[in-house]
Design a protein around this ligand. Sequence first.
Ligand SMILES: Cc1ncc(COP(=O)(O)O)c(C=O)c1O
Length: 442
Amino acid sequence: MPIDISKLPSQLVNDMQAALPVFWGNPERSNEAVTQTVVDGRAISLADVSAAQARFERFAPLLARLFPELQPSHGRIESALLGAPDMQRALGMSAECGSMWIKADHSLPVAGSIKARGGIHEVLEFAESLALEHGLVSAESDYGVLADASARALFGRYQVAVGSTGNLGLSIGVMASALGFRAAVHMSADAKEWKKARLRSRGVEVVEHTGDYASAVAAGRREADADPYCYFVDDERSLSLMLGYSAAALHLRDQFDAAGVRVDAAHPLFVYLPCGVGGAPAGIAFGLRQLYGPHVHAFFAEPTQSPCFLVEMLSPGASVYDIGLTNRTEADGLAVPQASELAAQAMRPILDGVFTVADDTLFADLHRVRETEGLRIEPSAAAGFSGPRMLTGTEAGRAWLRQHELDRVLPHATHLVWTTGGLFVPPEEYARFAERGAALAG
Ligand SMILES: Cc1ncc(COP(=O)(O)O)c(C=O)c1O
């Protein structure tokens, strides 16, 4: 779509076109209560977030049966909240700026990334709707029965399909095939070989595309449209995915309470979320906003070559190609040319801002977090670490803090960096990432 660049903020766009890291504050962000938002014609609120959480709870006994790694958590797919004082020091951030924490979704069981939250939720919602429709379960049932032959025979009649840069495909493919569905994942050219191999080893059909993420999604959608027994998970438009991500907020609140972390006007919470198409970070930002109101400040992190969410906020409907960027990045999960309009619509009054990160910085931070906190993450998952640096260490970030009168309460702030993937990266591949990062971090 042709866009008129002359109408956009010129310095910002010049820097984006030069692939320099930028910081952008969202002028539409509201300080008022945003207790519901209309997404794709449907109003969603905290009740929908809680309903998604309740669905995960109903399925927990079944998931504990299907995945031995979930037995210790009784079928819950959750990650730790970790203090990160050593990483904070390594990033040169003083205690005067507040304290850094990490939400460790890089270690989420079953799918190894944040995409497990939304992807698994949508597969469960589809399975639940079929099971209810065919009388296999009722509202009071133990969903463990869905591992039985009759349920598997029903699910086996359907295919679940998705288009993905990799991690969403992993979560959908693994969960769908574990329940007995046929599963097909349409992968973009950026998708890593090991992700395809992992899916194939689980019996998932991998359809390779030579184009980018948007064309893989479009191809998957087309195929699914032609088959009434195919259910397509649409990463660009799915409300179920978004609500699956949003449920993370409820668990995080319990973790903050247990750790004695307060969130209020005097103790703001800054959350830094890696962003691809925007569904995962938007879902989480929406959920947190329902719990903490305007005291949560959500920032999305994007690669300098793929800032699709920022482009969408500046010029709805535009892609990163429209401003001359390549969408080429080692952060495969974030290599998305065009953002989800649904996510962008939900974020207009909620999002605080977007910042971009050069690939070299991703690798340097991937190395630093291994050295300081012993965490093994993938490049996409390192994007959030630039957030505190951009907010507290650049003129644009500091001006934004002053403008919102947050500079005064900064020493009591919590900076939560969401590390979004990495658990299943093969050791040889991780060794290459870490080596590159070590050379860059110096
Ligand atoms: C590791 C990782 N982080 C973040 C994201 C961003 O999620 P979304 O595309 O929903 O914005 C992805 C997407 O695949 C990912 O793989």
